[in-house]
Design a protein around this ligand. Sequence first.
Ligand code: URA
Length: 433
Amino acid sequence: MTEFSFDAPTVIRTKRDGGRLSDAAIDWVIDAYTRGDVGDEQMAALLMAIFLRGMDRDEIARWTAAMIASGERLDFADLRRDGQPLRLVDKHSTGGVGDKLTIPLVPVVAACGAAVPQAAGRGLGHTGGTLDKLESIPGFSAEIGKDRVRAQLTEVGAAIFAAGDLAPADRKIYALRDVTATTESLPLIASSIMSKKLAEGADGLVLDVKVGSGAFLKDPAESVALAQTMVDLGRAHGVPTRALLTDMAVPLGRTVGNAVEVAESLEVLAGGGPPDVVELTLQLAAEMLTLAGLDARDPADSLRDGTAMDSFRAIIAAQGGDLSQPLPVAAHSETVTAPVSGTMGDIDALAVGMAVWRLGAGRSRPGERVQAGAGIRIHRRPGEPVAAGEAVFTLYTDTPNRFAPAMAELTGAWSIGQSAPPSRPLIIERMSS
Ligand code: URA
């Protein structure tokens, strides 16, 4: 490594002024930042320059490879169940509002015979993170080592874990992006997701790429480009990758937050839950099972016969979680009621995500503790009838001075009309490598 040829100000200036970062500059800056030789303030400046100037395909590929090289790559090829190699497959979302899908999806896919090494993330910007949600389960730990991941894959078919030694550069950069307004960038999202996923040892990958106000990239054409970029990165690394472009104009389901989303996921696993969450869970499961060569079983059966719930209980118990304990409930709540009777119109996903973040479900400083009970319950989904005075939303937080800013986010973000808003397909497009 040509350590003495680079310095952070020059690398930052190159990108700030619209130049290309060479392969060697990318390798150097990722390695130096992971080791602590490049400071957070320097990486924050570089991330903002990338946010504003972008990166070309080759820069993204190299940035992703450098992040993979910053840590170890897991390899589960030696693992066996009943004498057979495991069928390892995983999914990742580009981030949405009310997007709790990993929680029911992983046990559904495990119940159907695949093995899921799910390296999950924490909240990012206005979107929630699977780990923050699952950590609202008393005792649950995502900080498990690779030996535990290996044992769980053979014994219970899945592990949901903090990336740890996988792509440690992404762990640091992800936390920095969360608090420096640099999340909404195609190169940074693609490299963040694919570095973790390519390092985690899955043989196939399904991506849920969000489109709409609650997605990081607001322009649908950018979401398509993001999906294509990630599918190409998967192919280049020999991992068959599919992407579903899915609607994120309105929040998914009826809950947004941490513990409230776990509770809703349990409803799905019990055979109920909101239709949009169930539909997308089953579509993603079908894609994952096809990639794993296990499409003989209808994933919906695992929700009907309780095997997905059994699988979820086993995964959570293996990671120390106690589902017999009640989930945390926020100390305070406030309800928004309907001013008139009519039909609920669209609910802006970004506004709801921001409101939930303001209630304490996300972070404004690196490493901040999130509130397990913070969140919003949506009592009326778009198209549902509502009478004047009925509850439309309930907001939850432990810190009541957060209600006013959260309410302000919701102002103008929903409406009640005389007819249902036009319906949009949940699954917009499908891409595969
Ligand atoms: N998920 C990630 O892991 N990274 C992003 O940048 C966005 C969603």
